[in-house]
Design a protein around this ligand. Sequence first.
Ligand code: GAL
Length: 836
Amino acid sequence: MNYRLKSLFFFSLAFPMMLGAQVRVEQLLEKGWKFTREDQATFSNEQLNDSKWQSVTVPHDWAIYGPFSINNDKQLTAITQDGQKEDMEHAGRTGGLPFVGVGWYRLNFTVPNYAKGKQCVLLFDGAMSHARVYINGKEACYWPNGYNAFAVDATPYLHAEGTNTLAVRLENETESSRWYPGAGLYRNIRLIVTEDAHVPVWGTQLTTPVVNKEYAQAVLKTSLDVPAGKSIADYRIVTDIKDPSGKVVATQTQQGVFHEGVGNRFEQQFDINQPQLWSVDTPSLYTAVSKIYEGETLKDEYETRFGIRSIEVIPGKGFFLNGERVQFKGVCNHHDLGPLGAATNEAALRRQIRILKDMGCNAIRTSHNMPSTELVNLCDEMGMMVMAESFDEWKTAKVENGYHKNFDEWVEKDLVNLLHHFRNNPSVVMWCIGNEVPDQWSGKQGPKLTRMLQDICHREDPTRPVTQGMDAPDAVVNNNMAAVMDVPGFNYRPHKYIENYTKLPQEIILGSETASTISSRGVYKFPVERRSMQKYDDHQASSYDVEHCGWSNLPEDDFIQHEDLPYCIGEFVWTGFDYLGEPTPYYSDWPSHSSLFGIIDLAGLPKDRYYLYRSHWNKEAETLHILPHWTWEGREGEVTPIFVYTNYPSAELFINGKSQGKRTKDLSVTVENSGDSLSLATFKRQKRYRLMWMDTKYEPGTVKVVAYDKDGKAVAEKEIHTAGKPHHIELIPDRTQLKADGKDLSFVTVRVVDKDGNLCPMADNQISFKVKGKGIYRAGANGNPASLESFQEPKMKVFYGMMTAIVQTSEEPGSITLEATAKGLQKATLELTSEK
Ligand code: GAL
């Protein structure tokens, strides 16, 4: 258990003395939970015997354990957003996993240092979904939205001493989602115990109204909940501002003053000289440490972590962070973590951010819902901007049991919680109030709701711009919905950007959702042609990166707009990682059940497209990537195009030493001269960003590329080889030194290679895993969107030669060995270590 204890100090005038009690205790409720999929009203009873229920730890996603089935939430419907006119069977739309139905969780807990007058809150970071929380048999809270954080005041329900019982009933309806939502207590739950006077949950608001290199001003508003008969005037606040190294750089003391209309709130202002600004490259974090006193008695100690940075959107010019123009090189991500399901895990999120940053990505859109605390905190720490999103539906339905059923009653509460939760996080630079809501088609409802929701954002946080993702560019320009937004966000249809710019008052365009290019790692289709909604017998899509959906496009169709049009402020690609559900275009084609949109597959392995984005987004790093693989038994003599993704302007290609010619990125291609159908079909835009040899013929051997810089100097080279027979297994961990906390993970890339270490790109061997020592096999994934293999069973087939195996530490430190074996292959072992 994680304790954060703050000491209560007693100050006599001459001798400060520690009494040892704690004014604030925070504890994660992770262990000791009982769980069942049965449903009885008596399950909330305090005395219930739950000993036969399954023992689980939280975060827990009950559905990720499967099994997959075509009947799990099979939706008979027409997805009108995708242009479907008639109902059809959508088998894998929500991932084909058993998340529908009821689940109960129970926990016996004691409240540390509990005494009369104290307050105890349970803070749920999200519970999927329709949570009913019972404390000692009494219903204490109902919260329908499965993504949102909510706080439950447990104080009135607690026993004066001893053990308390917490029971949570969750229920997921059929047809309530367009993707895999996960199920259960999939995010953290915190128990927070405070004194009678305390800062409530999310009770501070820290803004930095003045920011420059020499000086910053920080304003901290601190709400205080006080017992009956008291007011803020009875309390004093002392706040230290600590810089990223922990040094106190400003201190303020203030006696509370009650003002009608403001209530019990302190307001403090700080001068910070030579501030260390927060940015994507320098994610410097400050902390405001506030102590609340009643007389000389410490009542609370509260920390507000923040960053000092300015954000500005300037018409015609773009988005500015600390006065510098920054374009969003962003990705949309769903919340699931592939084989881990929706269960939050810090190591997994950290890995995702690491992979994205290496690609040059600087922003994540939390499509289409409220993110977890851990994700946003990690973005603060690692330097990643966040567009924090709220809803996929307003009043008009997308799915039968979607958010429209709760909209009227819950929308303000849900939005306020999101805003309060994350308004001190510097990584959050924009709020997103909706995604492709069908209300956009209405005359007045769309703009009216837009205005209402944006006003709520401004009321709760006047510092950040608000956007939404709109996919009906004509409708929203005509009904003024787009004109209402701080930042008009358009999903797809980049060919409308120029026209909409001329019509909109903001003179800014955000690509809130772009590309939706589809591909499967390791899969290449011939002939290489641009294709829309193409399906194949193997349920995959081509990694030549030439395939997209009916409404979407290829990466370059977005690159060119955001590079050439000064008012385009960047894009959020659909998606960074593949996710469970939405196997478009394989709507009815079970066993397809996870997406093909990702730049990175469900196992976290980069597809070729990763290197295309990297070559364009991360210009400082060298990218020199050749595709496809060069092991094409049976294609001898056939045209097998070769693409090179590189940050260099030109390169020469050799097959078995024979030059195939030099290619140079064609900078004469512009938005205007490349949008016609012939240009699109002949890859005109691609020629500006990729180097392509369309006529190369396959012969076994070596493909080599030599890259040249802008002065024509050969600066880098790379080779790939035809692979021989599968020979042995390679294990490549992302990390070898782990934390012995029972949660840390090592993501191990598993490759089937020939005797010389070349990847065997056609290998589909089944690998079996054993973990010995101080860890367990947590899960595995191979990135095949049509695989029904269990994520948890320690065996899986490699998909086009690769997969990822995930090892989890136990709480005991020591060494961990992962062993991988397969018929006909030499086995591999990997040593990891964990420390406390
Ligand atoms: C968008 C939608 C996303 C996803 C995507 C697939 O229209 O906002 O949630 O469905 O299409 O291309």
